[in-house]
Ligand binder design. Structure first.
Ligand code: SF4
Length: 252
């Protein structure tokens, strides 16, 4: 996409600023695609079915085109605001970044989320854990297939978002943000939503397959403890208003 088209799209009123920062990236199930610039750009960029195939050369071509457009936009914005990009101070050192990454990785909630993602991976990989849908529940609530889709979607997502939350909080300690909404809280909020939905999905699996009930209850209990720990670590996360999803001062 060329930069003029991107600028034109970005100027459209229907888009909610920053809506894609605290979503779950599940565009296929998102109720706000028409308000998301990120979605509009992907549709514009990857409209040709060929470009949807990541093994297709066209996909990588498009990506490098996006990369060039982003650099052009950066240069234009710097010129417009009189910023000399060459003179910008370097960010934190590699050592500092690495130190904070390690601190985040060893944080209790991140370690627990990583364990969850690994045990779910192992569980689904084992043929012994093949799940069977109950015909008695046909047409009742979410199907077994849908529940498994939800579990799989959020399985790694929870860890990624908690890493961002914990990592962000380390940076925020060094900044003066006062009353501004905190990125760490927004990231923790979407991680909590993912945990809630995963618990709901495991509940559906539980209802379908009575042979695996004991194991499934362990997943639910594990996620419930993780949920409590995240709420303790980020007490303001639940009340964070995600633009476009909860009521914000944007009035949507
Ligand atoms: S806000 Fe919705 S459409 Fe936009 S990136 Fe997130 S999930 Fe996708």
């Amino acid at each position: 996409m060329d930069k003029d088209l991107l600028k034109k799209l970005a100027g459209e009123e229907r888009f909610i600023p920053g809506i894609y920062n605290y979503c779950d990236r599940w565009c296929e199930r998102c109720p706000q695609t028409s308000h998301c610039l990120n979605f509009a750009c992907s549709e514009e960029e990857f409209a040709d079915p060929e470009t949807r195939d990541i093994e297709n050369e066209a996909f990588w071509e498009k990506l490098s085109e996006s990369f060039r457009t982003a650099l052009e936009l950066l240069k234009d914005a710097a010129d417009e605001h009189g910023i000399d990009l060459e003179s910008l101070e370097a960010g934190p050192s590699d050592e500092e970044l690495e130190r904070k990454d390690e601190m985040a990785k060893s944080h209790e909630v991140c370690r627990a989320a990583k364990v969850y993602s690994d045990i779910v991976q192992d569980w689904f990989a084992s043929p012994a854990n093949l799940l069977v849908a109950s015909p008695a529940l046909d047409g009742e609530g979410a199907s077994l297939e849908e529940a498994m889709e939800v579990i799989r979607w959020y399985q790694h997502f929870i860890y990624v978002k908690l890493m961002r939350a914990v990592r962000g909080e380390l940076d925020e300690r060094e900044e003066e943000l006062d009353d501004l909404p905190k990125d760490s809280e927004g990231s923790a909020k979407i991680a909590l939503i993912a945990i809630d939905r995963s618990i709901g999905a495991w509940g559906t699996v539980y209802a379908h397959d009575s042979f695996q009930n004991e194991k499934i209850l362990r997943f639910i209990a594990y996620l419930d403890r993780l949920r409590e720990e995240v709420e303790k670590t980020f007490p303001a996360a639940r009340s964070f208003a995600r633009p476009g999803f909860e009521k914000t001062d944007l009035g949507r």
